[in-house]
Design a protein around this ligand. Structure first.
Ligand SMILES: Cc1cn([C@H]2C[C@H](O)[C@@H](COP(=O)(O)OP(=O)(O)OP(=O)(O)O)O2)c(=O)[nH]c1=O
Length: 196
C-alpha cells in the first residue's frame, strides 16, 4: 500500500527542508486564522496552529491512509510573540528589538493520520549581534523580512545577524527535521526506507 505524504504548507522553505529527508510528498497549502488567543503562551500557540494546519490538510486531502504534516513558527522575545511584519516599518522595529539580544524560535510540528494527530514543539535559542541601523534599513529594503516570523531569515541575508544558536537550525527555518523524521517513523513511515 502506498501512503501519500502531504505537506500542508505554502512555505517554499518547509518544502525544501522536507525534500532533504528524501521522501516524495505533495504540497497542499491550507489557509487558517493565525491570530493568537489573548494570553496564549507561545508553545501553546504554535502547537494549536500546527495541529489545525495538519488536520485541515488531512480533511481536505480526503484519503484515509494519508500522512499530513503541518507546522508553525514564531519568534519569542521576553515571552512575547513576534509574528510576521505587516510592512517595512514594522520589520525595522522588530529587528531593532532583536538586535544584540537572545530570543527563542518556537516551532510546532503536527502529523495527522487516520487515528489522530501527534504534535511536538521545538524551541531554539538564537542570539543576534548588535545591528547597525544602516544594515537594518538595507535588509528591509531587500524584502526578505516580509513573510518571516521576527522579520528575518536565518537561511538568507539574515544569517549575517546570528551570533549563536542553540537547538535546531531547521526549526528556525520552519520545519525541525529531527521531530519530523521521528513523527513519520512513529506513524510507520521511517524516512530511511526512501534512502536507497
Ligand atoms: C525566524 C525565521 C522564520 N522563517 C519563516 C518560517 C515560516 O515560513 C515563517 C513563519 O510563518 P508560518 O506562519 O509558520 O508559516 P508560513 O505562513 O510561511 O507557511 P504555512 O503556514 O503555509 O506553512 O517564517 C524563516 O524562513 N527563517 C527564519 O529564520
Amino acid at each position: 500500500m502506498t501512503r501519500d505524504v502531504i505537506l500542508a504548507s505554502a512555505s517554499p522553505r518547509r518544502a525544501e527542508l522536507l525534500r532533504q529527508l528524501g521522501l516524495s510528498f505533495e504540497i497542499l497549502p491550507v489557509d487558517i486564522d493565525e491570530s493568537p488567543h489573548i494570553g496564549e503562551l507561545p508553545a501553546d500557540y504554535v502547537h494549536r496552529l500546527a495541529m489545525e494546519k495538519a488536520l485541515t490538510g488531512y480533511q481536505r486531502h480526503g484519503r484515509r491512509e494519508a500522512l499530513v504534516l503541518g507546522s508553525d513558527t514564531t519568534v519569542v522575545l521576553d515571552g512575547q510573540i513576534l509574528g510576521k511584519p505587516a510592512d517595512e516599518a514594522e520589520a525595522r522595529g522588530l529587528l531593532g528589538l532583536l538586535s544584540g539580544r537572545e530570543h527563542q524560535v518556537v516551532t510546532g510540528v503536527a502529523l495527522a493520520v487516520e487515528s489522530g494527530v501527534e504534535v511536538r514543539v521545538s524551541v531554539t535559542e538564537v542570539r543576534f549581534r548588535a545591528l547597525d541601523p544602516r544594515e537594518v534599513d538595507a535588509y528591509c529594503a531587500t524584502g526578505e523580512p516580509m513573510d518571516k516570523a521576527g522579520a528575518y531569515g536565518i537561511q538568507g541575508r539574515g544569517g549575517a545577524f546570528v551570533a549563536s544558536l542553540r537547538g535546531s537550525y531547521s526549526a528556525v527555518v520552519g520545519l525541525p527535521l529531527d521531530i519530523t523524521a521521528s513523527l513519520l517513523a512513529d506513524a510507520g513511515l521511517p524516512v530511511w526506507d526512501y534512502w536507497n
